[in-house]
Design a protein. Structure first.
Length: 415
């Protein structure tokens, strides 16, 4: 019987990160100001070269047309001639034709010297004017593009969750002012949308937590009754576990919604301390599963929210312990500063993860080769929360499958 062909692999989903790594030489970036400066300076330089060429040709033509001697000496038996510029005519043994030819050669030499002098001085003047033109073009480009710089600064402030900022550009009603006004209108709508979202999150947290807390209290009260039948106690434990899972789901959703924005209030946080606290919280669970936690945590101080950063480390270490091999598994947690970035790396043994499944792991409620519900290892929001919190801190998370099974999770933050 022929084997059933395997389904085609799912292509990886495109990802977008709000921040790209800094270039090694930012001053080499082809900005609009640099391009406008090169355009203005280049146009002036081309025009100067053309003008200099025309002047040179006209001067050469004028000197050539007047190169013929105004007179010729027809007899010079008793004539004595001396010249500093044409020493060849000072000799006394020249014939009349040779004397006239020497005068013509001397005039040609003087004409060429004059043209060379004109060309060299003109090139020096053109070089000086080109420097002035490039400097003037750079200054004018900066003045013309100053509204764009204002728009960029406002956009960066908005990226830091300061949606109250507006450009409010003054000046003539041109394309730049139209762009700024359109951007202000978009910010107004975004602020209203985020305000409504925050209000909804607050209301949802109250409306969802209260009934779950009441259910948990009632179930705990019934379970504390020693005379309750065994069936009811088992049912109560099942309902209590389901209620606890619902509470975790609500907390995860609320944290995911709140961490989608940038962190406004930041304090110095050492990733090494955050990782150590996460390891201490998971160590008992790791020992129960026979998983060894190892690794060296070097100091890596960043600006951020300590509670959210601890959630990143805790979620990664918990996932590494829970999704591990049954026997002989290990988890390595390291922190360090590399290339100007603080790095948190969590590596673990575990099942083989296909490369095309990596992006799906960061989607909410997605797990590797499991259903969306019915898993006792979590609610499927751990890595989604990690990515959201990392982006809120201007960081980036990347996952790589290990040879032989397991994952390598690397989270980088700007120092």
């Amino acid at each position: 019987m022929a084997a059933t062909p395997a389904p085609p692999a799912t292509p990886p989903k495109p990802t977008w990160e709000p921040r790209k790594p800094d270039q090694p030489f930012p001053w080499l970036r082809p900005t609009i100001r640099i391009r406008l400066t090169l355009l203005y300076g280049g146009m002036f330089l081309i025009a100067g070269i053309l003008l200099l060429s025309i002047i040179y040709l006209l001067a050469a033509q004028a000197l050539r047309s007047g190169n013929e001697p105004l007179f010729k000496i027809v007899q010079f038996q008793s004539l004595k001639v001396t010249s500093n510029n044409c020493p060849g005519i000072a000799t006394s043994d020249l014939s009349l034709a040779e004397f006239n030819d020497a005068i013509s050669a001397c005039m040609d030499h003087e004409r060429k010297a004059a043209l060379d002098n004109l060309l060299s001085r003109s090139l020096l003047a053109l070089l000086g004017l080109a420097v002035i033109a490039f400097a003037f073009g750079y200054a004018m480009a900066g003045r013309v593009l100053s509204p764009l710089g204002r728009i960029t600064r406002t956009a960066r402030a908005v990226a830091g969750s300061d949606l109250s900022r507006r450009i409010e550009l003054d000046g003539p009603d041109d394309e730049l002012k139209e762009l700024a006004d359109t951007f202000d209108e978009m910010l107004e709508r975004l602020q209203r949308a985020f305000t409504a979202q925050q209000r909804f999150v607050g209301n949802a947290s109250h409306e969802l937590r209260t009934p779950l807390a009441i259910n948990r209290t009632l179930l705990e009260v019934h379970l504390s009754d020693p005379g309750a039948p065994v069936e009811l106690q088992q049912l109560g434990k099942t309902l209590l576990a389901t209620n606890e899972r619902s509470e975790q789901l609500v907390e995860g959703l609320l944290l995911l919604a709140r961490s989608d924005n940038q962190i406004i209030e930041r304090k110095p946080v050492d990733l090494a301390e955050v990782a150590e606290q996460a390891v201490d919280q998971v160590r008992a669970e790791a020992e129960a599963k026979g998983v060894t936690i190892q690794g060296e945590q070097k100091p890596a101080v960043i600006q951020g929210n300590g509670v959210l950063l601890e959630r990143i480390a805790l979620n990664l270490v918990q996932n590494a312990v829970r999704y591990n091999v049954p026997e002989g598994g290990w988890v390595e947690v390291t922190t360090d500063v590399r290339h100007g970035q603080a790095v948190l790396v969590v590596t673990n043994t575990g099942p083989v993860v296909p490369a095309y499944e990596i992006d799906n792991l960061f989607e909410p409620f997605r797990r590797l080769r499991t259903e969306r519900t019915g898993s006792d290892k979590g609610v499927g929001l751990g890595l989604s929360i990690v990515r959201s919190v990392a982006r809120a801190h201007g960081g980036h998370i990347a996952a790589e499958p290990r040879e032989g099974g397991g994952l390598l999770m690397r989270v980088t933050f700007p120092v």
